[in-house]
Ligand binder design. Structure first.
Ligand code: ADP
Ligand code: MG
Length: 733
């Protein structure tokens, strides 16, 4: 009979009522759950504070003294005065009044523990924990765990003390049953204590050293299994699908490279090297490329595509919106001019007439590079040999698109004579299923294209290793030279007239201005546009048509055509001001725009503000970002806005954002959620250990990819328990 799995109700001291509370409030259903419910901090119960030095700043104190008086103020209010020789202090009870009145008789000595507070100029403790006095008040080192609790739990009698008792009882029952979950060789290598010991000491540490060791062990285990499951997924995938081998760089790459008007930054060069190694390495590439807005990801994408093309494959670049796809296409065509590579644009608004020859070109391989929206991976589109797919701004893509993309990879035929795999063109596709066997050996296989996902949302490394842990990571951490800093300022609404004057000066110089309003969602779906519409009217009034001003407006409730029309008016310079919601956030490039105004800036998250600011400062002119805050801006929001004024470094902003909001709330991660829940480790505080755990997991899998070795049997068993099942979080890979 397993104790671990048994219902919490049957633990002595619990019973049906408390069980219901534990389940509801803490999701503790079984003894197993209970012993994995850890204290969130510890207090040193061996140290006793003299009353004279108790201040309300202390989180908790323990005082020991003699009751000098007890005063029953009413049947629900008992006041006790305690004296320890250094001073006097009041203990207050609103519950258990009669019982405490009886036992706390004048002349008796007790140990009181609780949070001191200041009340009417005096310090007291409300509802202290009361214990028999400690004889040896010099004893050191007993740490008591403090567990997360709720009002309902306390009211239901599950106090801190009760929780300790329950843990002690549960551990006594369960520890004999606990199976070690990390193999010896790992424990030894990382000097980790055994699991049983760690569980005992996380709840009841014998001293601070033991606590540190126990906590390290449990954190390591959590992070290790998280990384092991992520990396295992990666291994399975790269073994299941052999990658297209692209050994050459090819003339198109060189032609483009040599014609570049600038030299690549060190970071761009490094990333291209990483990608080249992937493409020629024999397994399928799944790489995430992070780089702040303006860091030059497009060039990296283009050069990567040219490698694929140089090896006889096709490539596609997929953007999240039509406007972006069009922009990419225009830019990329310039880069391609010296290469002779044939490039096309395919989006939802590509006409039927244009579409036919384009689809034919993709099917027969004459179109080598195609830029577009997700239309690129929709049903009628067939590639002769899609070798590389680049996905720009990954967080706008959904999970569903991943499978579609994989399907677009080429069908390869094994050539007996040369021993090589060659792509089969669409027209000569055989009737046999992919993976079919001919003459005793595999002769056809469907191979997924290499995949490069690009994002401008900087994610701290620890988060990236977790949220995109099954992808390889490249980072462009260097900006092209000559980029002018964007001057950022924070103003209140009283400065709006001055701001309008400033906007007019910039427009008079021939510049353009973004004015962005937050989206407000009603019932989680309907976007309230009254904000941006009112804003539009305000701007039109201040910038009238008769004076030659043209203002465009874009928001989420316009249909595609309206959106595109208005965006184009701005992109092409016909409108000087674009009033919009955050639809412009991603990737839009208007080098002539020099001012970004963000209204109700306090409503935006840091990453979003950073993204928006990245829309300006792309041209040669000095650029400005003006954050306009509303009158009631809270302290946290002010902190965010001030940070924006202080730095332009996306990674620094992302780190701070993670610390302020917690990892689960970060831009670009919310849609994905945490792949597994962490109970004890923290992605914010335990970054170094995360690296260690990832490297350990990597080594284990390098040596034994299938975890088939007997010494790894334990790892396989733990992974199968389900608690490490990854949610389907990674949007595309
Ligand atoms: P993002 O990473 O935001 O996609 P882009 O690829 O759009 O950035 O590049 C931003 C601008 O910087 C473009 O105008 C591009 O031509 C320019 N650029 C890219 N790489 C370099 C470089 N190495 N030196 C100078 N300018 C560069
Ligand atoms: Mg870009």
């Amino acid at each position: 009979m397993s104790e671990l799995g048994s219902d919490i109700q049957f633990l002595p001291g619990v019973g049906p009522k408390r069980a219901a509370l534990l389940k509801k409030e803490l999701e503790v259903n079984t003894l197993d759950d209970l012993i994995h419910f850890y204290p969130f901090r510890y207090i040193d119960r061996s140290s006793i504070t003299p009353i004279v030095s108790v201040t309300p700043d202390l989180a908790y104190v323990q005082v020991q003294g003699q009751v000098v008086s007890r005063n029953l103020i009413n049947i629900k209010h008992l006041s006790i005065i305690v004296d320890d020789g250094t001073g006097r202090m009041e203990m207050v009870f609103f519950k258990g009044v009669k019982w405490n009145f009886d036992r706390l008789a004048p002349g008796t000595t007790w140990l009181f523990f609780g949070k001191p507070q200041s009340f009417n100029g005096r310090i007291n403790i409300v509802h202290p924990e009361v214990d028999a006095p400690q004889q040896d008040t010099t004893a050191k080192g007993t740490l008591t765990g403090v567990y997360p609790s709720t009002e309902k739990l306390k009211a239901g009698g599950v106090t801190g003390k009760t929780m300790c008792k329950l843990q002690r009882a549960a551990l006594a029952l369960c520890l004999p049953e606990i199976q070690e979950s990390l193999p010896d060789y790992i424990l030894q290598k990382y000097s980790l204590p055994p699991l049983k010991w760690a569980l005992q000491n996380i709840h009841f540490p014998s001293d601070t050293g033991a606590l540190a060791a126990a906590s390290r062990r449990l954190k390591f285990e959590e992070l290790f299994y998280l990384q092991l499951s992520l990396l295992k997924q990666k291994y399975v995938r790269s073994r299941a699908s052999s990658g297209l081998v692209m050994q050459h760089v090819g003339p198109a790459f060189h032609a483009c490279y040599n014609a570049l008007p600038y030299s690549l930054t060190g970071a761009q060069q490094r990333v291209i090297k990483e990608i080249r190694a992937d493409l020629s390495g024999g397994s399928q590439m799944n790489r995430l490329l992070q780089g702040d807005v303006g860091s030059g990801k497009t060039m990296v994408a283009v050069l990567s595509c040219l490698i694929a093309i140089g090896n006889g494959y096709q490539a596609c670049i997929m953007a999240p919106t039509e406007v972006l796809a069009q922009q990419h296409f225009a830019n990329i065509q310039k880069y391609l001019a010296p290469t002779g590579v044939k490039c096309a644009l395919l989006t939802g608004s590509t006409t039927k007439k244009e579409r036919r020859p384009l689809l034919e070109g993709l099917a027969d391989g004459s179109v080598q590079l195609v830029v577009g929206t997700h239309a690129l991976i929709e049903e009628p589109v067939k590639y002769k040999a899609l070798g590389l797919a680049v996905i720009d701004e990954q967080h706008r893509f959904g999970v569903g698109q991943r499978a579609a993309l994989w399907q677009k990879g080429p069908l390869m035929r094994y050539e007996q004579g040369t021993g090589a795999w060659v792509p089969v063109s669409v027209s000569e596709r055989p009737a046999i299923p992919p993976g079919g066997v001919q003459g005793g050996r595999l002769s056809y296989q469907n191979v997924p294209p290499h995949i490069l996902v690009m994002t401008a949302t900087p994610i701290p490394r620890t988060l990236a290793m977790t949220f995109y842990g099954d992808l390889d990571l490249s980072v462009i951490d260097e900006m092209p030279p000559g980029r002018k800093p964007v001057q950022t300022m924070l103003i209140g609404q009283n400065r709006l007239p001055a701001m309008y004057r400033f906007m007019k000066e910039e427009i008079a110089k021939g510049r353009q201005v973004f004015v962005v309003y937050p989206m407000i969602f009603i019932n989680e779906k309907m976007e309230d546009i009254s904000n941006v519409e009112a804003g539009y009217e305000e701007i039109v009034k201040a910038f009238p048509l008769e004076d030659g001003y043209k203002v465009a407006i874009v928001h989420g409730q316009q249909n595609n055509e309206q959106k595109l029309f208005n965006m184009k008016a701005f992109v092409e310079g016909r409108a000087q001001i674009l009033v919009s919601t955050t639809v412009i956030e991603v990737g839009v490039d208007v080098p002539n725009a020099s001012v970004m105004v963000i209204r109700s800036a306090q409503r935006f998250g840091l990453s979003q503000l950073h993204q928006l600011r990245g829309r300006v400062g792309r041209g040669a002119e000095k650029s400005y970002c003006i954050l306009v805050r509303d009158p009631k801006t809270g302290k946290d929001a002010m902190e965010r806005l001030e940070l924006m004024c202080a730095t332009e470094d996306g990674f620094e902003i992302a780190e701070k954002d993670m610390k302020m909001r917690g990892p689960g709330d970060l831009e670009g991660t919310q849609q994905s959620g945490m792949p597994i829940e962490l109970h004890i480790a923290s992605l914010i505080k335990d970054g170094a250990m995360l690296e260690e755990a990832r490297s350990c997991a990597g080594k284990v899998l390098d040596a034994d990819p299938g975890l088939a070795h007997p010494r790894n049997a334990m790892l396989l068993r733990e992974l199968r328990k389900g608690k490490y099942d990854l949610k389907d979080y990674s949007q595309i890979s």
